[in-house]
Design a protein around this ligand. Structure first.
Ligand SMILES: *[C@@H]1O[C@H](CO)[C@@H](O)[C@H](O)[C@H]1NC(C)=O
Ligand SMILES: *[C@@H]1O[C@H](CO)[C@@H](O)[C@H](O)[C@H]1NC(C)=O
Ligand SMILES: *[C@@H]1O[C@H](CO)[C@@H](O)[C@H](O)[C@H]1NC(C)=O
Ligand SMILES: CC(=O)N[C@H]1CO[C@H](CO)[C@@H](O)[C@@H]1O
Length: 476
């Protein structure tokens, strides 16, 4: 989006120049020495004024670049580790689940693709569990401040320099808001533009990026802090409705913080440049709208219900958006192949010819797909024809950290970096899915080679032990 407008706007100065020359002279005159020696002052001044004006217009309308200075992902304390066995033990202690729901939860965990080291909030691990508001606040504080502290330690930017703050947490929105908690903790400036995005589900990460990008186009020379966290403490479900038990089993603790800048001088010390953000909202379709909802079951217990159509809806949303993204990022050869097949199918009625699925591996080196669950990852892999190597960051994030909602795409990027895969010029595609139903993408370009030994990330101490095979485990 940014680069496209940029190239159109780049044409303006040239256009103006040509018009200027054309108006102010008969072209051949310029080349006669005689004329060249006798300046016509009015002509020169007009040309100069127009040039200056174009330069001003150009600089004013030129879109600002958006750089990612650094980011951090929170790694919870070891005491929050929750093996499948511990999870079942905690579920059991609620004493509200029937024998059948216990069996169902066990089955979900076995098929989930989650490992034995994911993290749950302390309040949910306590026996007997009795989560309250104070627990939820403590949980988000731990994550938000943990991630932000680490981020501020990584970058050379004072909290006072931050002009835009976006916090995104889908399920928990206390008063004063989470963004106010951050302003208070880091003593941010009083004219800060703060936004608290709630209820937008797992793709909110990309939504906040998109919002940040738009704000950075308007407010020059700013830093934007984007914090993404999910707090499930108060939304854990204790009823026996199967469609509501699924997300309960997969949700885990995690959060991330990223710092964006639109100062051109920051390019040399940034990691990535934001190339595109794309948002697709399928909420106008009732099936999509109802695919992920927070409702009460027949016994008035609140939980998040996932519909059976979720995977179909997700596939549709993805397809819709890659049709838009494709032309922006794919190399010419792939576009031609796609067009050729389309024409053959439509014009020559070659119905048997399958629609050509463009090879996105030619447009991106790395993929970070929202790790909502194993089914989501399998679906995307099939749709985009990706190899296991490309899926590795997403699968390992699901295995190690579980469904950590919107921040998962940052854990995946951190994994890619920790494996030493990111080289200067590489392109990264982050895909988020979430209730609504929304599918959002962000495309980044790496500005430098990333040395895994220098990066502090949740993976740094254990990256050698990945990738692991993710078998369908029996759980007791
Ligand atoms: C992942 O967790 C989020 C937040 O709890 C939830 O809304 C979403 O439905 C979960 N995704 C899946 C596939 O369970
Ligand atoms: C906002 O929160 C959601 C839900 O926790 C998360 O999926 C998303 O990534 C967050 N957005 C950003 C920009 O961090
Ligand atoms: C990001 O932070 C890490 C510390 O974890 C640091 O080594 C690295 O140089 C930072 N990257 C940039 C581009 O500043
Ligand atoms: C088909 C569809 O909904 N595509 C959307 C994908 O995202 C872009 C960017 O926001 C939209 O412009 C497209 O309409």
């Amino acid at each position: 989006m940014v680069s496209e407008t940029k190239s159109t706007i780049m044409l303006f100065p040239f256009l103006f120049l040509i018009i200027t020359v054309a108006i102010s002279s008969k072209l051949p005159d310029y080349f006669s020495l005689n004329d060249f020696l006798q300046f016509d002052p009015t002509r020169v001044i007009t040309a100069l004024i127009i040039l200056v004006l174009t330069a001003i217009v150009y600089l004013r309308t030129k879109p600002s670049p958006v750089y990612l200075l650094n980011f951090s992902c929170h790694k919870p304390d070891d005491s929050n580790k929750c093996s499948k066995q511990r999870f079942m033990h905690c579920s059991d202690s609620f004493r509200t689940f029937t024998e059948e729901s216990m069996r169902f939860q066990r089955k979900i965990l076995e098929k989930s693709g989650l490992g034995e080291d994911t993290y749950l909030p302390e309040a949910l691990l306590r026996i007997p569990a009795n989560p309250c508001m104070a627990d939820a606040i403590k949980e988000v504080e731990d994550i938000i401040f943990g991630a932000s502290d680490e981020l501020f330690a990584k970058i050379n930017v004072k909290p006072k320099d931050i002009g835009i703050l976006i916090v995104n947490c889908s399920l928990f929105s206390p008063t004063p808001s989470l963004s106010a908690m951050i302003v208070n903790r880091y003593k941010l400036r009083s004219n800060i533009m703060s936004y608290n995005i709630a209820g937008m589900g797992c793709s909110a990460g990309v939504i906040s990026l998109d919002l940040a990008q738009n704000l950075l186009q308007v407010h020059k020379n700013s830093y934007a802090l984007v914090v993404s966290v999910e707090c499930g403490t108060l939304s854990s479900y204790r009823g026996n409705e199967k469609s509501m038990l699924v997300s309960n089993c997969l949700f885990r603790l995690g959060g991330s913080a990223i710092l964006l800048s639109n100062k051109r001088s920051d390019k040399y010390r940034s990691k990535y440049e934001l190339i595109h953000t794309l948002r697709t909202h399928k909420g106008a379709d009732d099936k999509s709208f109802a695919s992920v909802t927070q409702i009460e079951d027949s016994e008035r217990i609140i939980g998040i219900s996932l519909s059976k159509e979720l995977m179909i809806v997700a596939g549709d949303a993805l397809k819709a958006n890659i049709t838009t993204l494709g032309p922006l990022v794919l190399p010419v050869s792939e576009k031609l192949l796609f067009l050729g097949t389309l024409i053959a199918r439509k014009l020559f009625m070659m119905k048997k010819l399958k629609p050509y699925i463009p090879d996105f591996k030619l447009a991106f080196e790395h993929f970070c797909i929202h790790a909502g669950g194993k089914a989501v990852l399998d679906g995307v892999q099939k749709n985009l024809v990706l190899t296991e190597w490309h899926m590795e960051p997403s699968r390992m994030t699901l295995y190690r950290f579980g469904n950590i909602s919107s921040s998962s795409i940052w854990y995946e990027l951190a994994y890619t970096e920790a494996k030493g895969r990111v080289k200067r010029g590489d392109r990264v595609w982050q895909i988020g899915f979430g209730s609504g139903f929304k599918c959002n993408s962000a495309v980044w370009k790496a500005l430098r080679n990333i040395n895994p030994d220098e990066e502090k990330s949740p993976w740094m101490d254990e990256i050698q032990s990945f990738p692991v095979d993710v078998p369908m485990e029996k759980c007791t």
